[in-house]
Design a protein around this ligand. Sequence first.
Ligand code: FDA
Length: 375
Amino acid sequence: MKVDWLIVGAGFTGAVLAERIASQLDQKVLVVEKRNHIGGNAYDYYNEHGVLVHKYGPHIFHTNSKKVRDYLSQFTEWRPYYHRVLASVEGKLVPVPFNLNSLYALFPPKYAERLEEKLICTYGFGVKVPILKMKEAKDEELRFLADYIYKNIFYGYTIKQWELTPEELDPSVTGRVPVYISRDDRYFQDTYQAMPKQGYTAMFGRILSHKNIKVLLNTDYREIVREIRFNRMIYTGPIDVYFDYMHGSLPYRSLRFEFLTFDREWQQEVGTLNYPNEYDFTRTTELKHLTGQRLPWTTLIVEYPQAYQPENINFEPYYPIPREENRLRYSLYEKEAAKLGGSVLFAGRLADYKYYNMDQAVARALKLFEEIAHG
Ligand code: FDA
């Protein structure tokens, strides 16, 4: 077989690049995917109860990029959806990220009112204040509030999620956790927040439907790379695997998902409930909130964080671990990639060893396409 491009991986990065190259450059693309489906981690399917579920954890689309939204809108209609999350704290359900409503969910009304006034006076309304900054407030009650949130909402969740204390993680992670001085309970504040109306897999089916694209599932590219003739390659798998771990393996955090179906219409009042302090799992997500499906029963995803084991095929690499030493190791691989002189292009969350939201993965792919198209 002869193609212009071999693309490894049928997630957002691989699929968007395949579509752009096929439709804009009129070149032939073979997409090779080792899993038995397209869509990468955004893959969704109907379970045995007819509930549309996300196999690799809940995926909620949100972006400020009109370009990304317009691009994807060629392949899907949207259902508006604003995600909401409540954290279980001392038996109460509290909106997160922590905002003014959270004060009233936790504290007696008079005290909540006083804290609200102090927050607005000190920082202004509509402002997101990093929790570490609030810990240094002059006002004693604001420092108490920052400590309370840190201890009861942030610390336990971080330990479960990463098996590291917040101090052991890169300050870019801890520094970002905000207190939102607003009544806006939405988990995201992006301009565009919506779910693909028929689901992600249907959208990927349309992205990859161009006549210049062929998709080969259930195939690790290494099994076929010698049998295919191609000019250039785009690789969206793990960069350390590409280079046979020559600089050691890049650490990831993994997850185990449990899917529970209940014989009642709704199980929880919002999309996601976080459990910072109780249980082994971090959060439960009720998919019907996200997808808008109406059924008399419901399915939840329960997420159990776990260490990643590269040699074990049951473990997926999900979150790059944000620590300086890992970034340095990644930079060694980046140098190996540069030595290939552009015959192989590396992109995506696994090849860039970087957490991307879906819109960031699409933006990265569109930008790389521009570079390819303009030589
Ligand atoms: P992705 O991992 O999707 O695709 C890479 C593909 O390459 C995979 O399908 C893999 O099988 C394939 N591959 C690897 N090696 C191969 C080989 N040797 N041969 C053949 N194929 C190979 N984002 C967001 O915006 N909102 C959200 O709510 C969430 N939620 C979320 C939850 C969880 C638990 C995680 C881990 C991530 C999210 N995300 C998210 C992020 C989202 O999953 C991410 O942006 C996309 O998956 C990135 O797409 P990529 O194509 O880069 O990687």
